[in-house]
Design a protein around this ligand. Structure first.
Ligand code: DON
Length: 306
């Protein structure tokens, strides 16, 4: 294989020249003003070496990628009981869809669609106050990234989501009607919006994803069991890109989780943790160039799990 440093640099150079970039998320106002010409990539290898290029050190809104960290915390808190409240199947629907909830008794298909992540937040609030849950999340992600306290929650983004999140409010209230939200809807959503508003760079995100690439340990410290790491990866593979998950598996063949900020966290098991960022999205709400970049990466490295 060619040196990974060269591959990463080539991909960033190639992405810089591509004009078709998709559409920046407009429904969350602060995200709409992020320049579409950004592109960053960071690859953290199992031995700890980091390769980064482009805007890899610029913080962006990780949005739904936070659903991976929230799921990890909720599994840590309640274990497999979580699966009584949320499923493990791809939805085949948009990330913010409400339709399946009606016939499926208010149980979301998986923890990576908005409805599922809102339930995950409600589960965390079964034991913690919102401020504690938000603090726990921030500490967790900072620790995973290697005690990086520049990682923060962008309050402007959280507030904008609170002001414009009518669909999420509908989802939460609808699930409350089925008895699958136990806490106060506003507090659950406030927690959810703060998680989505986590701001970090590709380098920080790839560092934070290290616990998923091996046996659940980072630098000798156990974050999750090896079995849990495998299972989170399985969910990322089957559900991490909403109704685009099949296509992501087909093109890239790695577990991955996207966010409408244009980031994708992807894991090459046993090999690397990868983060890419480009704000322009495809119709499913996934980064257009981010997916192209990952496609190039697996093509040149052979890292697909298949
Ligand atoms: O709740 C929302 O709609 C956003 N905060 C997060 C959505 C998201 O990132 C979906 N990703 N593709």
């Amino acid at each position: 294989m060619e040196p990974i440093a060269r591959i990463v640099a080539d991909i960033a150079a190639e992405m810089r020249g591509i004009a078709e970039r998709g559409t920046v998320a407009f429904y969350i106002p602060p995200l709409a003003s992020v320049p579409a010409d950004k592109f960053g990539i960071a690859v953290v290898m199992a031995d700890g070496t980091v390769h980064a290029a482009g805007d890899a050190d610029e913080a962006f809104s990780i949005q739904s990628i936070s659903k991976v960290f929230a799921l990890t915390l909720a599994l840590g808190a309640v274990g497999d009981q979580l699966w009584n409240r949320v499923g493990r199947e791809p939805s085949g629907s948009a990330f913010n869809s409400i339709v399946q909830l009606e016939t499926e008794h208010g149980i979301p298909r998986n923890p990576f669609i908005n409805a599922g992540a809102i339930v995950v937040c409600d589960v965390l609030l079964g034991r913690l106050q919102p401020r504690e849950a938000i603090g726990q999340m921030l500490r967790f992600v900072r620790e995973l990234a290697g005690d990086d306290d520049t990682i923060h929650i962008d309050e402007t983004v959280a507030r904008a989501e609170q002001e414009t999140g009518f669909r999420n409010m509908a989802l939460a209230n609808y699930m409350r009607a089925f008895g699958n939200i136990h806490g106060d809807v506003e507090l659950v959503l406030g927690t959810y919006f703060h998680f989505c508003a986590l701001a970090m760079s590709c380098r920080q995100l790839a560092m934070a994803g290290r616990f998923l690439m091996g046996d659940g340990r980072v630098e000798g410290h156990r974050v999750v069991t090896a079995r849990r790491a495998r299972r989170i990866n399985a969910l990322m593979m089957s559900c991490g890109h909403y109704d685009n998950s099949g296509d992501f598996a087909y093109r890239i063949g790695l577990p991955g989780k996207s966010g409408v900020g244009g980031g994708i966290l992807s894991v090459a098991p046993g090999i690397a943790s990868i983060a890419v960022w480009s704000p322009g999205l495809n119709e499913a709400g996934n980064s257009h160039l981010g997916q192209l970049a990952l496609e190039q990466l697996v093509h040149r490295t052979g890292w697909s799990v298949f």
